[in-house]
Design a protein around this ligand. Structure first.
Ligand code: MRU
Length: 334
């Protein structure tokens, strides 16, 4: 069983306090009210901070499908609240379960959270699930921070921050924890075509936290690596198979190949709610195909939203349990 590294450098003076001061409170990202699941509408960020009220499972499923709430753990938390709302409103819980489950196919956290809630879909249990997910993020971030050398220039892809996890973040949580310890010089933020989760959401979160960063075109990653300007790649995950193959935002696989070529470690940071022991390898992970109009409204387009990075290209997978090294079929086992 992996053990957390306890030999961490001391905190950068004032950094933790500064970051905490501008923290995105979990209940600001998603919460349950008496008659609605309320989400911070991520489609409108960073221009506007607008809340969206979802009054039943159908409206919430639509919010998940259209990425008003997105990111694997955040989708799971929102769905848990959706099931609790259905039960409290006297709606058919089985129907709500099916509606929410069908919203998006790749992030396994959706199914995991719905299955956790289904036997007793109460608001208290949904809120406890939310609290536990945020606590997991904080634990895995501390483990992952220990992997980063001082002065790290970290490249990240998509958005695996508080917005994506309903609080604190996975990959961005790790970067944040490392920065608070004085280990991070700068973050390279892949813009993340086609929906720009990097340049809209990750950059916004890093700005709020005061962490030095620069957005790059996705296609700039290779040359930055070749010039020696990237020390590690840190990403989140949407589903991790039993052998460590990892589905994440489209483009992650390409980064992993580049990182291996340039001798740079790629770390995946994700909670155990993202592990899918029933998928033996990445071949069993369903990949969402989204509307081609997200790529170009003018021409025919193909738009797979995720890709699978083979386990052999991943230097470590970090969960709240610790740092898992290959072979993952052994190290990820509970
Ligand atoms: O399509 P999205 O925006 O829901 O994509 C999910 C992601 O944000 C990432 O792939 C992320 O790394 C995993 S969620 C922390």
């Amino acid at each position: 069983m992996p053990r957390p590294d306890t030999q961490l450098p001391s905190l950068r003076p004032g950094a933790a306090a500064a970051a905490a001061g501008r923290d995105l409170a979990p209940e600001r990202i998603v919460r349950l009210e008496e008659d609605a699941v309320v989400v911070l509408d991520q489609r409108r960020l960073p221009e506007e901070e607008v809340e969206l009220r979802c009054r039943d499972a159908g409206e919430l499923a639509e919010a998940i499908r259209t990425l008003a709430v997105r990111g694997a753990p955040a989708i799971g938390v929102a769905a848990a609240y959706g099931l609790a709302l259905a039960a409290a409103s006297g709606d058919d819980v089985d129907e709500a379960y099916a509606t929410l489950l069908a919203a998006r196919p790749t992030a396994v956290n959706l199914r995991w959270a719905l299955d956790e809630l289904r036997p007793h879909p109460t608001p208290e249990r949904a809120r406890a699930l939310h609290d536990r997910e945020v606590a997991r993020c904080r634990r895995m971030a501390a483990h992952a921070a220990a992997l980063l050398p001082a002065g790290s220039r970290v490249l990240t892809h998509c958005n695996a921050g508080g917005l994506a996890t309903a609080g604190y973040g996975t990959a961005v949580g790790a970067i944040r924890a490392a920065w608070e310890r004085g280990l991070v010089e700068r973050v390279w933020v892949d813009e993340t075509r086609p929906l720009l989760q990097g340049s809209r959401l990750t950059a916004w979160e890093l700005e709020q936290l005061g962490i030095p960063h620069a957005v790059i075109a996705d296609s700039a990653a290779a040359s930055l690596m070749a010039r020696g300007e990237v020390d590690c790649v840190v990403t989140g995950a949407d589903r991790i198979a039993a052998n460590g193959d990892t589905a994440n935002k489209i483009g992650t696989y390409g980064l992993a190949v580049l990182a291996r070529y340039h001798g740079i470690p790629l770390y995946v940071v994700a909670p155990t709610s993202t592990l899918d022991a029933t998928a033996r390898s990445g071949d069993a992970i369903p990949i969402e195909e989204r509307d081609g109009a997200e790529v170009t409204p003018r021409f025919a387009a193909r738009n797979p939203a995720f890709d699978v990075t083979p386990a052999e290209l991943i230097a470590a997978i970090v969960t709240e349990r610790g740092v898992h090294r290959p072979p993952y079929d052994r190290s990820l086992r509970p």
